[in-house]
Design a protein around this ligand. Structure first.
Ligand SMILES: Cc1cc2nc3c(=O)[nH]c(=O)nc-3n(C[C@H](O)[C@H](O)[C@H](O)COP(=O)(O)O)c2cc1C
Length: 403
């Protein structure tokens, strides 16, 4: 399997499957683990493992009626790259074991392993890896794969915190019920922060959250699942991050978020509504505040020319309903090509939204740290070659000419 590494300087490599299950003569079965290697962590960072754990706890299953009842502890072990609590500059290895891998659940997957599960990825795994593929709990296509991303993202967030950069995500729509959002200007970032994780769905519009949760409990009773939308906001990101051509920060973030299972669309700033706008309505207009260029609106979502403007980065991702549902669906047996009916009995999330937002935060944090490395590396070199460099890249007052 190729493509298990993301990032250019701050590089994250993950491995691990949903169960990673093995049976031996001595033991009926035991689970594997998720393992992440983070390259490029600067030396001398006091790693807060409790904070990494808190990030992992956000996406841990089994916390509410909306989540899969799978009871994983998601305990993180930092196995390399630090010494006496401080990073050494060597790759940081993070290990999280799969612990809730009981025989009864393995058996449930074994019984349907040849039957295509609608909206699941196994059929394509079969085309690609044949009968060698891991059929248990969707193997590497499982949402469990995202544990490693959250662990790496937690390190990225610790670096960003030192830079005064915050990345937060919350639910803004579930099954057609809409909540207020920062990107639409109907919620402030401060309100988002105050109401962050105040309910099982992590919808910061508390009124809308009540309706969404009541609706999802009905969806659950009906044996169904529902889709929705997650908003991600990054505040404090300095202007000028990202590269202007193939590595536009918007493109890197799109790559990062589209690599997470179940995403179906991504918008930046005004997003889809851009299609209805006139230039006179859409263009963000600059003004000066405290000697800095600011923007009166943020339809561009914090990006221009692939680089950050210094305003909030605003993103919205539409997430599909959880593929596993209890209702009968038409399908096909991959081995016999016979038509089949399938109503799943395996454990699943009713809504992916409360599990998805921590992964989105992690991926955006990883992108920003990586972009900081790229930009600072570039600036460092430029400043060495031209002592006037810093001055040349600052917006100037009238009459001040530095060249
Ligand atoms: C955090 C997370 C949790 C997930 N939980 C489930 C689940 O419980 N049941 C399920 O059927 N799919 C779940 N998925 C979705 C599948 O991973 C994904 O839809 C599937 O692999 C197909 O990939 P695609 O939707 O990106 O094409 C989850 C995804 C994520 C990111």
């Amino acid at each position: 399997m190729l493509g298990n590494t993301f990032g250019r300087v701050f590089q994250v490599t993950t491995c691990g499957e949903s169960y990673g299950w093995h049976a031996t003569a001595e033991k009926s079965g035991y689970g594997g683990a998720l393992f992440t290697i983070v390259n490029g962590v600067p030396p001398g960072i006091k790693l807060d493992v409790a904070e990494i754990q808190r990030e992992l706890d956000k996406r841990r299953p089994g916390q509410s009626k909306l989540d899969s009842p799978r009871l994983e502890t998601d305990r993180v072990e930092v196995v390399s790259g630090w010494f006496e609590g401080v990073t050494t500059g060597a790759p940081v290895g993070l290990l999280i074991r799969n612990v809730d891998t009981q025989d009864i659940h393995i058996q449930q997957y074994r019984e349907v392993k040849d039957v295509i599960r609608p909206a699941h990825a196994e059929v394509n795994f079969f085309y690609r890896y044949g009968e060698y593929g891991d059929w248990c709990g969707a193997g590497r296509a499982s949402g469990r794969e995202t544990v490693g991303r959250v662990a790496a993202g937690a390190i990225a967030k610790q670096i960003l915190a030192r830079e005064g950069i915050e990345v937060l995500a919350h639910v803004i729509e579930s099954h057609g019920i809409k909540g207020r959002s920062v990107s639409e200007g109907t919620m402030t970032f401060e309100e988002m922060k105050t109401n962050y994780r105040k309910n099982d769905l992590n919808c910061c519009d508390l009124e809308a959250a009540r309706k969404m949760i009541a609706d999802l409990l009905e969806v659950r009773e009906a044996g169904d699942t529902a889709g929705g939308e997650v908003e991600i906001v990054a505040r404090g990101v300095p202007a000028g991050l990202g590269e202007p051509v193939f590595d536009k920060l918007k493109a890197t973030i799109a790559h990062a978020l589209f690599s997470v299972g179940a995403i179906m669309s991504l918008e930046f700033g005004a997003g889809r509504k851009t299609a209805e706008a006139l230039g006179s309505e859409w263009n963000d207009q600059p003004f000066v505040q405290g000697g800095k260029v600011r923007w009166r609106t943020n339809h561009a979502g914090g990006f221009l020319g692939g680089m950050t403007t210094g305003e909030d980065l605003l993103m919205r991702a539409a997430i599909k309903p959880t593929p596993t549902i209890s209702k009968d669906q038409d399908t096909v047996d991959m081995m016999t090509l016979e038509a089949k009916k399938l109503a799943a009995i395996t454990r699943r999330d009713i809504s992916l939204l409360p599990r998805w937002y921590p992964v989105a935060e992690a991926m955006v944090a990883i992108c920003i740290v990586d972009a900081l490395f790229m930009a600072r590396g570039w600036y460092g070199m430029c400043k060495e070659l031209d002592p006037k460099w810093q001055k040349l890249t600052e917006p100037r007052h009238k009459g001040e000419y530095t060249k």
